[in-house]
Write a protein that binds this ligand. Sequence first.
Ligand code: PGA
Length: 253
Amino acid sequence: MAKKIVAGNWKMNKTYEEALALVSEVVNMVKDEVTGDVRVILFPPALYVSTLRSYVKDAPAISLGVQNIYQKASGAYTGEISAPMVKSLGIQYVLVGHSERREYFDETNEVLAEKVNIALENGLTPVFCCGESLQQRQNEDYKGFVKNQLTESLFHLGPEEIQKVVIAYEPIWAIGTGLTASAEQAQEMHKALRDHLSEKYGSPIASGISILYGGSVGAGNAAELFAGPDVDGGLVGGASLKSRDFTEIIKAR
Ligand code: PGA
């Protein structure tokens, strides 16, 4: 069975004081209200992760991650952060290939394969994002487009390594737009991706890989979206910036 995960992607939001306030609220609410075995991952701006570690240490359900790493281990890459740096702080998770990185920073499937590799080499868990644009959705083979993102960035991995990856399906047309995929659309794509993983790695491995849904997940629609048998949780943007909404989403998983 795949692990249940609810992740919050803060993107480029929150000043330092605001970030401390938000993490404190989330930690308290999760400690008081969340039971069960859901893993909560917060992806704050990387600048804050070092400080936030001490805030989450009393909430064993909560882990931290960074929103991006560079594909090299070290060197003259001004402004970038590396997988060994993240590892050295004891941070476990990294987002790889968010659609905003693909769009604004030209991250290709090939570069993302390198990021996945360096994350795994350093013991980090990549949360690999994939998803189609509205234009691609209108094309008959929209599922093929997303499956190909997995093929090109993940399918060089061996069976041991692929099990260390988390996948987040985020239709671009649903990110930050208030438009969500319907629960049926989410389940349909999640099943297609799991079948694709199964064809390559076999069903026992595919069924153990967590596939999260992202794109305008909120307190009001989370339970319905998470009900799909292949939907193992969510990657939440806007609603993760509000502690109450985010906690309700965690409870819906
Ligand atoms: P959203 O963002 O929940 O604000 O749509 C999701 C994401 O980009 O991960």
